[in-house]
Design a protein around this ligand. Structure first.
Ligand SMILES: C[S@@+](CC[C@H](N)C(=O)[O-])C[C@H]1O[C@@H](n2cnc3c(N)ncnc32)[C@H](O)[C@@H]1O
Length: 250
C-alpha cells in the first residue's frame, strides 16, 4: 500500500482531515456570507467536507473542489447529499490551478500545497474576488514545543506560529479575521483515535493480505506513538474566517 491508501483508510471514520468536529465545521462555515449565486473554491479539499457543508447552507452557491489526489468518496458523498450538479471536482495541483476569482476561498490543512502559511495566504488572495471571504485552517503551537514534539513532527519551532502569529499573518496579507476556532483536546483526540482506529479496524477485519494487515497496523502504531509521545497537547489547530480588507471596495 502506498501513503495515499493508508491516508484514505485512516480517514474512513473522520472525513474532515483536520482536528475539527462536524458541528464546529458547520458553525464556522455559517460565518461566511457569500452573495446569492456566488462561487466557492476549496483548495486541497480532500473529501470536500468544508465545501459541501457550505453549499448545503448556501443553496444558491456552486463550488469547485481541488485536490491533487481526489478521493472517490468526495464525489459519492456530494451526490448522496444532492450536491452533484452544484459541485465540480478537479484533480489538480492547487499551487498552479486557476479558474478566475471566487466569492469564498476555503483552504484547511493544506498550506503545504503552497509552501508555508504565508504562501497559502498569498495563494488564497489570488483566487479571491475583491471584498470576498476566506476560511483557512492551519496548525499552530499551543505552547513552546518540547524536544519530543519537534522530533515526532520532524519540525522546528519556527515551522508553525502560535495563535497570535497566525492572526497577525492574516492581517499582514490584507485580511481581517472575524470568527475563529481553536481545536480542543477532545477534537484532537477524536481525530487521532479515528485516524489510528480506522487503520487498526481495517487491518484486523478487512485487510486482504497479511502484508497489508501488517503495513496498516505498523502505520497506526507509528502514528499513535508519535502523537502520544510527541505532539499531544502541544500542536494546536486554528480555523479562521477572514474578510478581504485589502481590496474591498470602499
Ligand atoms: C490534511 S488534508 C485536508 C483536506 C481538507 N481540506 C479537510 O480539511 O478535510 C490536505 C489535503 O491537501 C491535499 N494536497 C496536498 N498538496 C496538494 C497540492 N499541491 N494540490 C492539491 N491538493 C493538495 C492532500 O491531497 C489532502 O487531501
Amino acid at each position: 500500500m502506498d501513503r495515499a491508501q493508508i491516508f484514505d483508510i485512516a480517514h474512513l471514520r473522520h472525513p474532515i482531515a483536520a482536528p475539527v468536529g462536524p458541528e464546529q465545521l458547520r458553525h464556522l462555515v455559517g460565518w461566511l456570507s457569500p452573495p446569492t449565486g456566488g462561487r466557492a473554491v476549496d483548495l486541497g479539499c480532500g473529501e470536500g467536507e468544508w465545501l459541501q457543508e457550505l453549499l448545503l447552507i448556501q443553496p444558491g452557491m456552486t463550488g469547485v473542489g481541488i485536490d491533487h489526489m481526489l478521493p472517490a468518496s468526495a464525489v459519492d458523498r456530494a451526490a448522496q447529499r444532492g450536491l452533484g450538479d452544484r459541485v465540480r471536482w478537479a484533480e489538480a495541483d492547487a499551487a498552479t490551478w486557476s479558474d478566475g476569482r471566487f466569492d469564498v476561498v476555503l483552504c484547511v490543512g493544506a498550506s503545504h500545497a503552497f509552501g508555508r502559511l504565508p504562501d497559502m495566504l498569498a495563494a488564497v488572495r489570488t483566487h479571491l474576488r475583491p471584498g470576498g471571504q476566506a476560511l483557512v485552517g492551519d496548525t499552530i503551537w499551543e505552547d513552546s514545543p518540547s524536544a519530543s514534539a519537534l522530533a515526532a513532527l520532524e519540525a522546528s519551532p519556527e515551522d508553525f506560529p502560535d495563535l497570535a502569529g497566525f492572526v497577525q499573518a492574516t492581517r499582514e496579507h490584507g485580511f481581517e479575521p472575524s470568527y475563529g476556532h481553536t481545536s480542543t483536546l477532545a477534537e484532537w483526540d477524536d481525530y487521532e483515535f479515528s485516524w489510528t482506529g480506522s487503520l487498526v479496524d481495517w487491518a484486523l477485519r478487512e485487510a486482504p493480505t497479511t502484508e497489508d494487515r501488517d503495513q496498516a497496523l505498523a502505520a497506526a502504531r507509528v502514528h499513535r506513538d508519535a502523537w502520544l509521545g510527541g505532539w499531544r497537547r502541544q500542536l494546536g489547530f486554528a480555523t479562521l474566517v477572514l474578510h478581504d480588507v485589502a481590496t474591498a471596495p470602499s
